[in-house]
Design a protein around this ligand. Structure first.
Ligand code: NAD
Length: 547
């Protein structure tokens, strides 16, 4: 898409201070004259490439990841096009800064590193005013909203209003990975308080310093938001992000058939993990239908993955009750089995008849899984005996240590390869560096949701779908798995190179849009060349000519 931004009468300093329009030293002579910029910029006109060289040099000079994060956010606040070109050209290097793991650290310190506001804040005090707040947003054509209430930020728990870093970072990925134009993205913090005692006692905390709102008042506020968002931004997808699991499942269940909405922690994670399992078939020779998957952690991520596996198997013709038997869960109280009386609703559908087991090791030995998926947020829980037991049971054990950030991973890549004698098929939530074991270098795959949600979002937006369905996530997983090359597999990587993310997102978006048309979820006429249509909506961060 060529950028067609309207200056809306902006000139001079106002233009330089608008990050969506600003080109900085790249305003040319004619633009400087016509737009009242003469004298406000150093005389030498630079190209965007020259600016890139400068910002990359500055970025690399920063020593800590947090400093790099602050630098990138400041650049985004000055010049979005330059920010996106920089990030898109150095995605491998910068994704761990603008998203997990560094964004987690940034959220923990949000009140201390705060520079400028970004996004909208809706608080419990705004009951009855939510529509007005949404109307304060300066861009009318919002197509994607990411909203959090900050209760479960990555694996870091309740960070209250500091969680704003997550919608901001996530939306940057929507643009960098799938080309959703920045002006169409709206980050929202639903600040309902926090139960984090450290934050409540911190004088620099920026959120509402009260205990979390619960019960009907909370639900009414969320409801007011969903209604208002549908009225003010009727074409927007609403993505719920990092809500605590007692609310996440409920809200998804409540709104998925009423609004164009999804929960990335539940459904996006499921998509990327399913893609990893589908790809693993090519290495293990065991089709998904014959896999037995044991999860450590039965929360949003785990149950979401289990549900999507069941959906995938159903679409492959396997009856639901049989499909469910392939997924087993261990939570903080042990194996999830029918005889337990302490199970919350979302675990019940995976509670099978079996003797209780207290530990993961016992469960591995009893159930003989082909794959182990860690989504517990508990570091170092895939211990040596557990991983060795998996290696004894399977020629190619599948070990996914998905908990974020890196410090929470169930095991490291090195541990997995060492304890499985290099036979493990490993994926993690946060990135790990390649590992050389017995002379062979393994490149661990990152089961990063960014392979899935940007493409799904783009497909939903481009098709103007009114709903986001599980079938879309299943299609996205299949497309993603299909893009893994033989060379990726040789390197030990079960996901495509991250540098192919725009191609990946476009392919996923096209398939997702296809589902929307096939299922009658849109009023749009299907464009003859769907892929070209989707591609045409994608943001291009090169500068437009204003004059
Ligand atoms: P959640 O709070 O909803 O669920 C956590 C689950 O882990 C709960 O069922 C809890 O009972 C269980 N648990 C806690 N301690 C345990 C222990 N010692 N042994 C066994 N189980 C234990 O959280 P979630 O949203 O499901 O996320 C869990 C983790 O997965 C987080 O670290 C998150 O960062 C990670 N995650 C990764 C990705 C990804 O890499 N693609 C995506 C989403 C979530």
């Amino acid at each position: 898409m060529t950028t067609t931004l309207h200056l809306e009468g902006k000139r001079g300093v106002a233009l330089l201070h608008d990050p969506l329009l600003n080109k900085g030293t790249a305003f040319d002579e004619a633009e400087r004259d016509a737009l009242g910029l003469r004298g406000l910029l150093p005389p030498r006109v630079a190209t965007q490439d020259q600016q890139l060289e400068r910002v990359l040099e500055n970025y690399r000079r920063k020593e800590s990841p947090l400093e790099k994060y602050i630098y990138l956010i400041s650049l985004q606040e000055r010049n979005e096009a330059l920010f996106y070109r920089l990030v898109m050209q150095n995605l491998d290097e910068m994704m761990p800064i603008i998203y997990t793991p560094t964004v987690g650290l940034a959220c923990q310190k949000y009140g201390h590193i705060f520079r400028r506001p970004r996004g909208l804040y809706i608080t419990r005090r705004d009951r009855g005013q939510v529509k007005r707040i949404l109307q304060n947003w300066p861009h009318a054509d919002v197509r994607i909203i990411v909203i959090t209430d900050g209760e479960r930020i990555l694996g870091l728990g309740d960070l209250g209003a500091n969680g704003m870093g997550i919608p901001v970072g996530k939306l940057s990925l929507y643009t960098a990975c799938a080309g959703i134009p920045p002006a169409q993205c709206l980050p929202i913090m639903l600040d309902v308080g926090t139960n984090n005692a450290t934050l409540l006692a911190d004088p620099l905390y920026l959120g509402v310093a009260e205990a979390r709102l619960r019960g009907p008042e909370y639900d009414e506020l969320v409801d007011e938001f969903v209604q208002a968002a549908q009225q003010i931004f009727p074409k927007a997808v609403i993505q719920f992000e990092d809500f605590g699991n007692s609310n996440a499942f409920r809200l998804l269940h409540k709104y998925r058939d009423q609004a164009c909405t999804f929960n990335d922690d539940i459904q996006g994670t499921a998509g990327v993990t399913l893609a990893g399992l589908l790809t693993s078939e090519r290495l293990t020779g065991i089709p998904l239908a014959q896999q037995k998957i044991l999860f450590l952690g039965a929360g949003e991520a785990g149950i979401g993955i289990g549900d999507l596996i069941v959906e995938a198997l159903k679409l492959q013709g396997i009856p639901e009750n049989v499909a469910r038997q392939q997924c087993w869960f261990v939570d903080s109280k042990g194996l999830v089995v029918q005889s337990r009386t302490d199970l919350v609703e979302h675990k019940l559908r995976f509670a099978h008849p079996h003797a209780p087991m207290a530990t993961l090791l016992e469960a591995v030995e009893a159930l003989k899984p082909t794959a182990l998926v860690g989504v517990s947020g508990m570091p170092q829980t895939f211990t040596e005996p557990i991983v060795r037991a998996m290696a004894k049971l399977n020629k190619r054990p599948v070990i996914f240590a998905l908990s974020n950030p890196t410090s929470k991973a169930e095991c490291t890549a090195e541990q997995c390869y060492t304890w499985t004698d290099g036979r493990g098929i490993f994926a993690s939530g946060s990135p790990f560096a390649p590992v050389t074991f017995n002379g062979v270098t393994h490149t661990p795959g990152q089961g990063n949701n960014s392979y899935i949600f940007p493409g799904v979002g783009l497909g939903v937006i481009a098709s103007e779908s009114t709903r986001v369905t599980d079938e879309m996530f299943y299609s996205a997983a299949r497309v993603l798995a299909g893009l893994v090359t033989e060379n990726d597999l040789k390197l030990g990587r079960i996901y495509p190179d991250l540098n192919r993310i725009r191609e990946v997102s476009l392919a996923i978006a096209t398939e997702v849009a296809e589902v929307a048309f096939k299922r009658g979820l849109t009023h749009m006429l299907r464009p003859a060349d769907l892929k070209a249509h989707v591609e045409d909506t994608m943001f291009d961060p090169t500068y437009p000519d204003y004059v």
